[in-house]
Write a protein that binds this ligand. Structure first.
Ligand code: FNR
Length: 395
């Protein structure tokens, strides 16, 4: 359909599901084990309700904010996800240009299809901010070199992923025959993933030799699985002057440790795919707000996972809802911004750069409507009192 017929992020996902190859869809959309964490991530938002305020002038409404001091037209950023070329030949550059045109910030995956340099090159101007998601290589020298490289390229922050020491068990991903085409592999990481042994579908005699890592597993096989609070964060601080965000905090206790470690931000996230029944990010945010409101004064808190309309042929969900509501609930509870992973993969797979622009325009329109209905005209007016759990507990 023409872009003018696309009304919400769910529509973009529907188009992407039609155009993506089987292996790309399996990799982009799968989650671990029975995929319940992914479903719960999405569902969790609908357990929170708004307390809208009325009779407030809402004529001028501005959803913009800053993330680590960098301006963003809406409180939404792109959460880094690997291998954008599986969805579209121009890969991550679609997202970089779309983000530049709409003034939002892209976090670039360590396992992007394009190199960090090519993505920096795709910016509309060197002033366009870019964040880098780091999987710390287990070889310290390689890890250090990577950080220095992206700093030299003009990236503006390091987002250290800590929630994927080992791959989740993504069975649809593992089952999908996976051979990277030449045009899909640019980086070393992508090449490693492409060297995955042939799948059982390809040859019955290889049945016993199923690669139980899947694409996701192959990509993170070099990651350091011995990272720690005492070594890794001080190491990163020594290596770079850039702000540091820890990506993948899943409980209040670790959020407090991150504040003590002095990092600039935390991304409450379960990677959108793991399945050891970790709490949905919005629930972790709620607990953090309630138990340790002081943490929000020490660093910026972000969340990702499941921010979108509930849709999808693999995961049955009860209807669709406005994506911006999820964002606004998170902001009311103290999040500075919200990350979207899959929705941007789907948007760029379906329509390239224009799809990314469209996704941001949809979000902006939904956000302004949502803020007006709440009685808020800027992000500072989104406060915890505007969100509650079940509304019945007062009666
Ligand atoms: C990811 N994610 C991810 N995270 C990361 O730190 N490095 C990476 O390379 C990737 N790659 C990746 C690939 C794919 C296909 C998915 C779906 C996810 C996790 C990502 O950054 C983010 O945390 C989640 O995608 C957020 O959940 P939603 O928005 O996809 O529900």
């Amino acid at each position: 359909p023409p872009l003018s017929r696309i009304l919400n992020l769910g529509d973009l996902e529907d188009v992407a599901r039609k155009v993506l190859s089987y292996k790309a869809l399996a990799y982009y959309s799968s989650a671990a084990d029975d995929e319940t964490t992914h479903t719960e991530n999405i569902r969790a938002f609908s357990r929170y309700f708004f307390n809208p305020r009325v009779l407030r002038p809402i004529g001028h409404c501005d959803p913009s904010t800053t993330i680590l001091g960098f301006k963003s037209s809406i409180p939404v950023f792109v959460s880094g996800s690997a291998l954008a070329r599986l969805g579209h030949p121009l890969g991550e550059a679609n997202i970089t240009r779309g983000a530049g045109r709409t003034s939002i910030i892209q976090m670039v995956s360590s396992n992007a299809s394009l190199s960090a340099a090519q993505i920096a090159e795709a910016r509309l101007s060197p002033a366009q901010p870019l964040f880098f998601q780091l999987y710390k290589h287990r070889d310290l020298e390689v890890a250090e070199q990577r950080v220095r490289e992206v700093e030299a390229l003009g990236y503006n922050a390091i987002w250290l992923t800590v929630d994927a020491p080992v791959p989740g068990n993504r069975e649809r991903d593992i089952r999908a025959p996976f051979v990277l085409q030449d045009q899909e592999r640019e980086t070393e990481a992508a090449k490693t993933a492409g060297e995955r042994p042939k799948q059982p579908e390809d040859a019955a005699e290889e049945e016993e030799n199923v690669n139980l890592l899947g694409t996701a597993g192959a990509l993170i096989s070099h990651a350091d699985i011995n990272m720690s609070w005492t070594e890794t964060i001080p190491w990163l601080r020594r290596v770079t002057k850039l702000p540091i965000v820890i990506k993948g905090i899943q409980c209040v206790e670790d959020a407090v440790l991150a504040a003590e470690a002095g990092v600039e931000g935390i991304l409450l996230s379960n990677h959108g795919v793991h399945d050891h029944s970790s709490l949905p990010s919005i629930d972790v945010l709620y607990k953090l707000r309630k138990q340790r409101p002081d943490v929000f004064d020490k660093l910026e808190v972000y969340i990702d996972g499941g921010v979108r309309r509930g849709t999808g042929q693999f995961i049955a969900l009860p209807g669709r809802r406005a994506t911006a509501n999820d964002v606004l609930k998170a902001l009311c509870l103290g999040a500075k911004a919200v990350g979207l992973g899959r929705p941007f993969l789907y948007a760029h797979s379906a329509y390239g750069e224009e799809g990314v622009v469209k996704a941001v325009q949809i979000l902006e329109r939904e956000l302004i409507t949502g803020m007006r209905l709440l009685g808020a005209t800027n992000v500072n007016e989104l406060v915890p009192e505007m969100v509650c759990g079940r509304a019945l507990d007062i009666i």
